[in-house]
Design a binder for this molecule. Structure first.
Ligand code: FAD
Length: 313
């Protein structure tokens, strides 16, 4: 179970990390991804997770990928599973597939509303919220699956009341979730405050921060806008002037993300979860900078401009 690994990291004070992958649309994309997952295995992630697309071929591919990474590559795998926008039988089939693959970890989610609908509406099957899925998994499988749920340090679209959103997070944990993975963010102080609020209302399970490394300026802006996450002013001051230079963006982005991760580690957050976007470079640069890769390759000598931008190392 992943939550055991998280608790062990917490107790030992030794940071660990994990990688998220999404299901590619083509067979060639899938093959390329398998090769990359295989290579990234050597970085030593404590687990990986695979996203879910409700219904259709892509959700079958999630199960196929989970089977491959868990039972063939032997990687501790967490399968994302949404509970709305598809028949309940599909949820049960996916759980059966995960069980057969030896996968013991599910990230239980509600799912987003269909693109054509502005507001989310409950459909068939009795699942309205992620907590319903948590309960369902518990009822059907007892403690076999470790169940993660999603957390939102900067709020989410359909719940403007931050306190209520926290209460709903607690309901998911009370229903049986054993750890939390958060939405991506770049405002580390806000995240640390949010963790304190979670603890204050009695959420005691491990909280895993979701980290999106910076690959290019355009993708950084697109994802931050899409998830409505706050970008600290200093980050924009550093990244905006070099936005057309991908190498400089990646280099500065690596320093900023590593700094954010180090702040979390210094504050006792011992697990870092990377949204890899199925790419290796930006994530491995951050891990190298944090000296968390198995055989530490020394960083290149400090470039003069890095110190003038305020980075220590
Ligand atoms: P819930 O926890 O059910 O919350 C949804 C809303 O319902 C919230 O506003 C909450 O406040 C409200 N609510 C909950 N309980 C109550 C109650 N009792 N009364 C009134 N309101 C209530 N989507 C995918 O499709 N595939 C993925 O693989 C995927 N992976 C994700 C991974 C992470 C780490 C995160 C953060 C999100 C992911 N998502 C994914 C997106 C997710 O499906 C959406 O954010 C979705 O809109 C909410 O899902 P949830 O599980 O947080 O919902």
């Amino acid at each position: 179970h992943i939550s055991q690994k998280l608790l062990q990291a917490q107790e030992s004070g030794k940071p660990i990390f994990s990688f998220e992958y999404f299901v590619p649309k083509t067979a060639q994309g899938l093959q390329n991804l398998y090769d990359r997952i295989d290579r990234m295995h050597s970085m030593g992630p404590s687990f990986i997770d695979v996203t879910w697309n409700a219904g259709g071929r892509l959700s079958n591919l999630t199960c196929e990928m989970v089977n491959m990474t868990q039972s063939v590559y032997g990687l501790e795998t967490c399968m994302h599973l949404t509970c709305t926008g598809m028949p309940k039988s599909k949820v049960d089939d996916a759980l059966k597939e995960a069980y057969k693959s030896g996968c013991q970890n599910i990230l239980a989610l509600r799912g987003d509303p269909p693109r054509e609908k502005e507001k989310w509406e409950a459909v068939d099957g009795g699942f309205r919220y992620a907590k319903d899925l948590v309960r369902h998994i518990k009822n059907e499988y007892g403690d076999y699956f470790d169940i993660a749920v999603a957390g939102y340090p900067e709020g989410c679209d359909d719940q403007p009341d931050a306190d209520l959103l926290l209460e709903h997070l607690k309901e998911k944990v009370d229903a049986g979730a054993t750890f939390i993975i958060t939405q991506m963010f770049y405002d580390v102080d806000n995240f640390l405050e949010w963790v304190k609020k979670c603890r204050a209302i009695g959420i005691t399970v491990p909280i895993v921060p979701g980290i999106m490394p910076i690959q290019t300026y355009a993708s950084f802006m697109r994802r931050a806008t899409w998830t409505k996450c706050k970008i600290p002013e200093r980050w924009m001051e550093l990244l905006e002037p070099v936005k057309n230079d991908d190498v400089a963006v990646r280099e500065i982005g690596k320093d900023l993300i590593a700094e954010m991760c180090q702040t979390m580690i210094d504050n006792g957050i011992m697990h870092l979860h990377f949204y890899t976007m199925n790419l290796a470079t930006a994530t491995s640069m951050v891990l190298e900078k944090l000296q968390l890769l198995p055989s530490v390759v020394k960083s290149p000598p400090s470039l003069p401009w890095r110190q003038s931008l305020g980075f220590n190392r």
